[in-house]
Design a protein around this ligand. Structure first.
Ligand SMILES: O=C(O)c1cc(C(=O)O)c2c(n1)C(=O)C(=O)c1cc(C(=O)O)[nH]c1-2
Ligand SMILES: [Ca+2]
Length: 687
């Protein structure tokens, strides 16, 4: 069961895209060259299929021998004829709607894995499921989250990353560090679903063995970097491996991209002492056993959500005149890292974007000299951080073109203020960051100022020289993942709803298509019957449109219309005219008390912001509560927030944390926001 030539020899079959980043090296480079910088202006839609939800779509499709396998929101899976779009089968794992609130960032799924005639998907409620690739029938299904892991709801786990399969072992992580989680990765036997090993990224509070592959490394290396009594002992400390898991056949190592601390507040988490390993680190383990080999921590004392879970790539690079086999990463913290793939030796880190949290990086050790002002949890002063918690680059994959020798990074600048919340305690529902949740005021002047700092661009980065080659400015942040091809092309979907192609050598725009919806997922390329195709999942979503509020609406009125779009040179399909438009403002009928509204704002920011947006501005995916009919009636609003009448859709009851009186305060706040927003929109209409 240990081999699969389709995945392992992906490089010799450019017609396929059989694993997340096409090959194990995850460079997202297609050697296909039928579509080139000379003919890409003739690219046309070949087919499209509507998907079954209008929430964020983040998946990389797989294509094997003319069949496309996609996952979509709520962990659904579909197989389609890759040449025609004809649906061959669909699988719905029936994830209960009420688990939506256990995740920080939309009920997305980043993709499936293929191995020996089966398709593997991780589900948002924590299952790993093997399907027969021909029929979509379930072969086996296991729970990846051990029964006691949540400590009775204190910790929260979801699965949205793509599994990776190495030597017959399916490797899967999880998310949840914004709520409370103790991150771990598991390896399951691809044939039977039996658990082969588990690797925890954060020690057990007791420093007792878990009887897991991580025991020795946690005891010897990680535990001494934590205060024995910080609140991590309850929250779990974080360190979730929610996205990047990369295997390199040459070193025979699996690289785990480990996430941020829980709670974010380092003072609360670890009493302000220790580096808190293996948070914000890349950890190398052995595929068969999960055994620890080495680690490199990018951000010690994390308190900015600076995950090292961003995509990792394997490549060969000339460094100081010597050819080196390396892994590279552009994590949230703003530096482009190069490490020796075999040993983890630090080779280089250079900022790929403006950053203000580190004065410098030690050229020998890679350790940052952290700006003392950035340590907000220790200073108790506000800190305006660049990058913010969404990073200079997030999960949207970058691509490397071995011809131009450039890495194309979907880069962004989204600054964020951080301030400690002295009154913080662990909540059983909603996020647990230990920070003041005050967001942006509803003041056009402030918004204008902040908007000048918010940016998105495609960055062509020369990793050998560790410097930018060129940039392609976009009008907004949170753009899609990237594909590059042997046709001297780079493809990217944009948050504003365009799907574009650029010349790989100089970034010149060669093709632009109106996709009618924001795109965040990465495109792929494949070939069927001698014809090259480009495919991308369209559908605005992920964390930014959920929590971003007014910032998610700057220069961007994206809505979600989820589809798979496939292009070819002789395509003849057309999208129908736009069918759903942004929610229309509705005049509120109720009145509010400003005192209640003020109290309601605090509760809203704590419990509701994460999905419905900062200061009650919706980002185009989930309901904008200012225009919800529920806010006009005390009883209806309570039915939703305290009784959970919409829990099937993801809006569960918050009665454990929010009393009926507090719900009424939130309703008053929403009425206040609706009244003032409606008025200012009306004012804009009158000339
Ligand atoms: O700490 C975590 O466990 C965790 C999980 C996830 C996730 O599972 O999607 C994200 C993040 N963090 C995160 O920090 C982040 O910026 C993020 C963006 C997205 C997304 O899909 O848009 N997920 C996540
Ligand atoms: Ca996080």
């Amino acid at each position: 069961t240990g081999t699969d030539p389709i995945v392992e020899q992906a490089d010799s079959h450019p017609e396929n895209w059989p694993t997340y980043g096409r090959t194990y090296a995850e460079q997202r480079y297609s050697p296909l060259a039928q579509i080139t910088d000379h003919n890409v202006q003739n690219l046309h839609l070949a087919w499209y299929q509507d998907l079954d939800t209008n929430r964020g779509q983040e998946a990389t499709p797989l294509v094997i021998d003319g069949v496309m396998y996609i996952s979509t929101n709520w962990s659904h899976v579909e197989a389609l004829d890759a040449a025609t779009g004809h649906v061959l089968w669909k699988y719905d794992p029936k994830v209960p709607g009420n688990v939506a609130v256990k995740g920080c960032c939309d009920t997305v799924n980043r993709g499936v894995a293929y191995w020996q005639g089966r398709i593997y998907v991780g589900t948002f409620d924590g299952r790993l499921i093997a399907l027969d690739a021909k029929t979509g029938h379930v072969v086996w299904s296991v729970h990846t989250i051990p029964h006691d892991a949540t400590l009775g709801d204190i910790r929260s786990y979801t699965v949205d990353g793509a599994p990776r399969i190495v030597k017959g072992i399916v490797i899967i992580g999880n998310g949840g560090a914004e709520f409370g989680a103790r991150g771990f990765v598991s390896g399951f036997d691809a044939k039977t679903g039996a658990l082969r090993w588990r690797f925890f990224t954060v020690p057990a509070p007791s420093n007792k063995p878990d009887h897991a592959a991580s025991d020795k490394a946690l005891h010897d290396i990680a535990y001494p970097t934590w205060s024995p009594k910080g609140s991590w002992t309850k929250s779990g400390g974080g360190g979730t491996v929610w996205d990047s898991i990369v295997y390199d056949p040459k070193t025979d190592l699996v690289y785990l991209g480990v996430g941020n601390g829980a709670p974010w507040n380092y003072k609360f988490r670890s009493d302000g002492v220790g580096d808190n390993l293996f948070l914000a680190s890349i950890v190398a383990i052995k595929p068969e056993t999960g055994e620890y080999v080495w680690h490199f921590q990018e951000t010690p004392k994390d308190q900015w959500d600076f995950t090292a879970s961003q995509p990792i790539m394997v490549m060969d690079l000339p460094i100081h005149g010597e050819q080196r086999h390396v892994i590279v990463q552009a994590p949230k913290n703003g530096f482009f890292y190069i490490l020796d793939a075999q040993t983890g030796e630090f080779l280089s880190a250079v900022p790929y974007t403006f950053q203000n949290w580190a004065h410098s990086i030690d050229s020998k050790t890679g350790r940052p000299d952290i700006n003392p002002d950035a340590l907000w949890s220790l200073t108790n002063k506000p800190w305006f951080s660049i990058p913010g918690s969404l990073g200079g680059h997030n999960w949207a994959p970058m691509a490397y073109n071995p011809q131009t020798k450039l890495v194309y990074i979907p880069a962004q600048q989204l600054p964020e203020p951080f301030l400690s919340d002295p009154k913080w305690h662990m909540h059983k529902q909603g996020v647990n960051m230990g920070m003041d949740m005050t967001g942006l005021p509803d003041d056009p002047k402030v918004l204008t100022e902040v908007s000048k700092t918010v940016k998105g661009w495609l960055l062509a980065w020369n990793p050998a020289e560790q410097k930018a080659a060129f940039t392609i400015p976009h009008s907004a942040p949170w753009n899609g993942g990237v594909l590059t091809t042997a046709g001297n092309l780079v493809f990217q979907g944009l948050s504003t709803g365009l799907f574009e192609a650029y010349r790989a050598t100089d970034g010149h725009t060669l093709f632009s298509f109106d996709a009618q919806t924001g795109i965040v997922a990465p495109p792929i390329s494949y070939m069927v019957d001698g014809k090259q195709y480009i495919a991308v999942e369209a559908g605005w979503g992920g964390v930014f449109p959920l929590m971003g509020g007014a910032l998610a609406r700057l220069h961007n009125s994206s809505i979600n219309h989820s589809r798979i779009l496939v292009f070819a040179l002789d395509g003849t399909a057309n999208l129908p005219p736009v069918q759903n438009s942004a929610p229309q403002p509705i005049a509120p009928t109720g009145t509010f008390s400003p005192e209640k509204a003020k109290l309601g704002y605090q509760k809203y920011q704590q419990y509701c912001l994460a999905c419905h947006g900062d200061n009650a501005v919706g980002g185009g995916v989930l309901p904008d509560l200012r225009w919800s009919a529920f806010i006009n009636s005390t009883q209806s609003f309570r039915d939703v927030v305290n009784k959970g009448v919409l829990s099937e859709y993801g809006m569960v009851s918050f009665s454990k944390e929010i009393s009926p009186e507090q719900v009424e305060d939130i309703r008053n706040f929403l009425l206040q926001r609706a009244t003032s927003s409606y008025q200012s929109l009306e004012d804009k209409k009158t000339p």
